[in-house]
Design a protein around this ligand. Structure first.
Ligand code: ZN
Length: 81
């Protein structure tokens, strides 16, 4: 079992967390101006690197707060904050 370090609760077992996707994806400044293709890109397309990746995580069975973390997708290891 891997431990994930919640910024508010400290290290907890990974089963307490839910994945929230790529971090840093900004909501479109003018959503009404987007084409269908641009909306599809915003909603469905994310980076998929092998290696360091900034992600959103939710401590769902704990404080229920969201935070960003950097994880290595090849090893599943979280970087220390
Ligand atoms: Zn927490």
């Amino acid at each position: 079992m891997q431990l994930i370090d919640c910024p508010w609760c400290g290290p907890r077992e990974e089963v307490e967390f839910s994945y929230g996707g790529q971090a840093g994806v900004a909501y479109p400044a003018d959503p009404a101006a987007l084409s269908d293709e641009e909306w599809a890109s915003y909603v469905f397309y994310r980076d998929n690197p092998k290696g360091r990746f900034a992600e959103r995580w939710n401590h769902a069975i704990g404080c229920r707060r969201w935070f960003s973390a950097v994880r290595d997708t090849a090893t599943y290891r979280f970087e220390a904050r």
